[in-house]
Design a protein around this ligand. Structure first.
Ligand code: AHR
Length: 521
């Protein structure tokens, strides 16, 4: 696609053969990005960098958890290599046990002696038999190993208020009570003090096909009994939120749930080309890439509009917007169980992740938690395993590059993005966010969504003085490139020299479909 500007200012777009466009060419214009130092800008909550682990496919079993008799090095059955890799990401929270699975899960099935635990059928994901060998103790102890905060999703769809209230008492109460006695009998004296509690999942769908009004009432009832057992004010109750652009769901919940009962309101949005024809995770066309990115960049509109509704009922922004499921969703890898949602992860996913995290950072005043779906072997995973082997995906590397934004102060940015055009449709080609951490380090993360053109960015640092600038890039030859079990390090961040500082201006070249992180002090 080439753009011609005619003398009369009329912009004509000429579509030329896609094959002829494969070579890289540069944007003639430089994009000016202004970064402002604003005292009242919000802090980017580290919880935006959260993850999600469901009893789905090979996420828990044959993923995180191999059992303590496995030859793969493990701690109480949890793979050591996964723990080490996730600790490097500083994952701030981990959501469990679902997803759709959460509304079928009865936590008491997963405690006590292994040989006495009942089996259930995982009806949502492959119809496999779940033996409940990975339960509450296993998950919460694993969170301690990972040094991350657990986020438990309670069963509203097929559970009871009593069951969920008991779970909170079991995990959080230090005093004497039936549930804390049971916990102690099962080998754990001190409570884990779980802070984040989801009251159901996708209540509009797999969580019970409820209407927004009906769920708002259910939520109020559950929230009444899901109490902070030690009155420390430590519990955050999160309501099952809207699917993508269901703004009525957000409006109804915000209107009908009292503020003191609501810590967070969820939102789920997956970047799917077409639910009936999701396309291959690796062999995709430019058209499919463009569609995936269209869905990914829609997140900007979604959080803006959901946040505006929340502002109406909660002008002081007390309630968090929690995007607790996001990511790319493609057809499962050929030859794998269709219910296991196993897919590879390419540079397309890296661009998707970088651009989405920039959106969350820039909306840090309301988006205070998010969970990539999912952590290991499912959907847009950061880790894939095959027997004893483990690979870190391009999305892992984005999470690693971006961890510098966790709990750093947002630096608001302003710029007008050039366009990435395909088949007469356009998307913003550039995505940027910036922050300053407690040590005074400034980080600017930049994504070039354009699949063919490199983009030049000139950063006006305004009153910020930034020295000793270094950069890293995540890039590759083709969008379809990925790490495989035979070539696990094909894609990884490298030091980047494609920038220059002249007369106080920082100019950065971003290659097509690449992500650059600048650091300076
Ligand atoms: O992440 C996979 C599934 O997607 C989750 O179980 C569900 O909440 C969503 O529909």
């Amino acid at each position: 696609m080439v753009e011609f500007k005619f003398k009369n200012g009329f912009l004509k777009v000429l579509v030329i053969n896609f094959i002829a466009c494969l070579s890289v060419y540069s944007q003639d214009k430089t994009t000016l990005v202004t970064i402002n130092k604003t005292e009242d800008a919000p802090v980017i909550s580290k919880h935006i960098y959260g993850h999600f682990a469901e009893h789905l496919g090979r996420c828990i079993y044959d993923g995180f958890f191999v059992g303590d008799t496995s030859k793969i090095a493990n701690t109480n059955g949890v793979r050591n290599d996964i723990v080490e890799a996730l600790k490097k990401l500083q994952i701030p929270n981990l959501r469990w046990p679902g997803g759709c699975f959460a509304d079928t899960y009865h936590w008491k099935d997963g405690i006590g002696p292994l040989d006495q635990r009942p089996t259930i059928v995982n009806t949502w994901w492959g119809g496999v038999t779940e033996d409940n060998s990975f339960g509450t103790h296993d998950f919460l102890n694993m969170c301690e190993l990972l040094e991350t905060e657990p986020y438990l999703s309670g069963n509203v769809g097929s559970g009871t208020v009593q069951e969920l209230a008991d779970w909170v008492q079991y995990t959080n109460f230090g005093g004497k009570s039936p549930m804390s006695d049971l916990r102690k009998k099962n080998g754990r004296n001190e409570p884990w003090k779980v802070k984040y509690w989801g009251i159901g999942n996708e209540a509009w769908g797999c969580g019970g096909n409820m209407t927004a009004d009906y769920y708002a009432n259910e939520y109020r009832k559950y929230a009444t009994f899901i109490s902070d057992w030690e009155n420390t004010g430590g519990i955050v109750r999160i309501a099952s939120g809207a699917s993508s652009d269901d703004y009525n769901w957000t409006e109804t919940l915000m209107k009908n749930i009292p503020r003191n009962m609501l810590g967070g309101l969820a939102l789920h949005h997956y970047s799917v080309i077409d639910w009936k024809k999701k396309g291959d995770a690796v062999s995709f066309t430019e058209e499919q890439y463009f569609k995936t990115m269209t869905e990914a960049l829609k997140m900007e509109e979604l959080v803006t509009k959901h946040a505006a509704i929340m502002d109406k009922y909660d002008p002081n922004k007390k309630v968090d917007l929690v995007v607790d499921e996001w990511g790319g969703w493609y057809e499962v890898e050929k030859g794998t169980n269709p219910g296991f949602l196993y897919q590879q992860n390419t540079m397309r996913d890296a661009v998707l992740a970088g651009a989405t995290l920039n959106i969350f950072n820039n909306h840090a005043d309301r988006v205070r938690m998010a969970n990539l779906a999912q952590c290991v072997n499912v959907l847009q995973a950061v880790i894939l395993t095959k027997e004893a082997k483990m690979i870190l995906t391009p999305t892992y590397h984005i999470m690693e590059m971006y961890k510098v934004h966790q709990d750093a102060k947002l630096l608001p940015i302003a710029f007008e993005s050039p366009l990435y055009t395909f088949n007469n449709e356009s998307l913003p080609a550039i995505s940027v966010s910036a922050s300053k951490d407690n040590n005074g380090l400034v980080h600017v993360s930049m994504v070039n969504v354009d699949s063919k053109k490199e983009n030049k960015i000139e950063i006006d640092l305004n009153e910020l003085t930034v020295k000793n600038i270094t950069a890293k890039v995540l890039t590759s030859k083709t969008l379809q490139d990925h790490n495989s079990f035979d070539n696990p390090t094909k894609i990884q961040p490298t030091n980047y020299k494609g920038f220059e500082v002249k007369k106080g201006k920082l100019t950065v070249i971003i290659p097509p479909f690449s992500i650059v992180m600048i650091e300076g002090k």
